[in-house]
Design a protein around this ligand. Structure first.
Ligand code: UN1
Length: 488
């Protein structure tokens, strides 16, 4: 058995041990395997991290964007070349399959590379002036010290897509990753340090809610970016508002796939399967509701369940495994409770549903891929995010009803619509209040050069990624620029 990695924090260019509560990441597939172990950061550590980020803020902001980008590009190369090792570590620590782990590490490299080139692409805008002899510049400037709080489910990609734009636009960062995935956080931190990030520009403090709250409430933090639950996102938004600092929060989803009668059903079944169950459904963009029109409902649901039957659930490090465990015992318990409650409220189990009772799957935090057919939309499982491999199915008489059901959610992150009819596909754009709409592809997935984020309860503040990120990570100074000569 491998010895656990020592969990450490990184402030002002130095790794050091924490002094607060004991913290360990364990492998959700084999809970007796400890991946990393140490102590959480203390309140003093948070203070020191913010002070280091403050001290580094001016010099980093004045570093040419080209040089800032070059650090990210060098880090991208390191991350890319480590993909196979870190992908396996990610699978061990978080529970997604090794293939998904490697893909995620490569995605982090792609994000770092993208933002490495983005910083010096444009520094602002220039406008004509209504006055002679004058031009108006709108310069982009960093916001200052950004608090970054990231979840367990993408331990390296989500940190990359917050930290990379923060740094490229000249901000310094205090970062708290989820306590369940410290190893991957330490890997990314080291890659950026090795790439030449000056001390204090990026600081890593690992811990639980106390560390998150310490960052959110700290008077030295100028902006907060968060991905995680709606409840925590909203409390951070309130904390930010109380101090008058901007907050970007990416939160929950209850994303629907709509399968219409004219869809390519094979394609739709493949995509719904991936959308609902890849990463054990632990993505804010995962498909957790399926709406299928009556004309194809029996055929489609039958095909989907048959495909699930061919999936292998098991140790994420093994070859040919499609789905690993969920992240921890608490996640497994809350997903099980949600399924049991749905059954009590009248849902019919089409597959999965029951906990694994023996062997390796009962020992690890596994939840079987579960499909529930609902008698109507009043059930909690239709409305509340379970963040696990559970798909709730409702039937609809026609496309119009199907879209209305899809839009019947307080969340609005993503949706997937399966149809061959362009008019219906475009109709979905009008009918669905979502931040991301997939036509004939699964509800998950995001590219770094286009906006990412949700409507309604799913998002708060400016969106992430692409040029949208610039809105959050910079502010503007409008410069009325005249020469020294008197204007005739
Ligand atoms: C994806 O769909 O590939 O927390 C990314 C999440 C999202 C990221 C989804 N912020 O799951």
């Amino acid at each position: 058995m491998t010895t656990p990695v020592l969990l450490q924090h990184y402030i002002d260019g130095e790794w050091f041990d924490g002094g607060a509560e004991a913290l360990a990441s364990i492998s959700p597939a084999e809970p007796d395997v400890t991946v990393a172990r140490g102590r959480a950061a203390t309140g003093d550590d948070v203070d020191r991290a913010v002070a280091a980020a403050r001290a580094a803020a001016r010099p980093w902001a004045r570093t040419p964007a080209h040089e800032r980008g070059a650090v990210l590009a060098r880090a991208a190369a390191v991350v890319e070349s480590s993909a196979s090792q870190w992908g396996a570590e990610l699978a061990r620590e978080e529970g997604k399959t090794r293939g998904e782990g490697v893909a995620e590490v490569l995605r982090a490299a792609q994000i770092l590379r993208f933002y490495g080139g983005e910083g010096d692409r444009e520094a602002g805008e220039m406008f004509a002036s209504p006055r002679r002899g004058e031009q108006i510049l709108v310069a982009r400037k960093p916001v200052g010290v950004v608090g970054v709080i990231t979840p367990f489910n993408f331990p390296i990609a989500i940190p990359a897509w917050k930290i990379a734009p923060a740094l490229t636009y000249g901000n310094t960062v205090v970062w708290k990753p989820a306590g369940t995935v410290p190893l991957l956080a330490m890997r990314l931190m080291q890659a950026l340090a090795d790439a030449g990030l000056p001390p204090g520009v990026l600081n890593l403090v690992i811990g639980g809610r106390a560390v998150g709250a310490g960052i959110a409430d700290h008077p030295g933090v100028d902006a907060l970016t968060f991905t995680g639950s709606t409840a925590v996102g909203r409390s951070l938004a309130a904390a930010g508002a109380a101090r008058g600092v901007p907050v970007q929060a990416e939160m929950g989803g209850k994303n629907a796939a709509v399968v219409l009668g004219d869809a390519d059903l094979d394609l739709a079944a493949e995509q719904v399967l991936l959308g609902a169950f890849r990463s054990s459904g632990q993505k804010c963009t995962a498909t957790s509701r399926l709406i299928v029109t009556d004309d194809v409902a029996d055929e489609f649901v039958g095909e989907l369940v048959a495909r699930i039957g061919k999936w292998t659930v098991g140790n994420p490090l093994d070859e040919d495994v499609h789905m690993g465990p969920v992240v921890d015992a608490a996640a497994r318990a809350s997903i099980r409770a949600g399924v049991d409650e749905a059954v009590r409220q009248g849902a019919r189990v089409l597959c999965g549903g029951r906990p694994y009772e023996d062997g390796e799957l009962a020992a690890g935090f596994y939840v079987p891929p579960t499909v529930l057919e609902l008698p109507g939309t009043r059930l909690d499982v239709w409305r509340e995010e379970l963040f696990g491999p559970v798909l709730a199915v409702c039937r609809a008489a026609d496309a119009e009803t199907a879209f209305a059901l899809a839009d019947d959610s307080e969340y609005g992150l993503s949706a997937a619509v399966f149809t061959q009819d362009l008019t219906r596909a475009l109709g979905a754009l009008d009918d669905l209040d979502v931040g991301i709409l997939h036509i004939n592809s699964e509800s998950a997935g995001a590219d770094p050069h286009v906006p990412f984020g949700g409507a309604k309860k799913s998002g708060y503040g400016p969106k992430e990624q692409g040029r949208a990120a610039r809105e959050f990570f910079t502010h503007t100074t409008t410069v009325y620029l005249r020469g020294g000569r008197p204007i005739a």
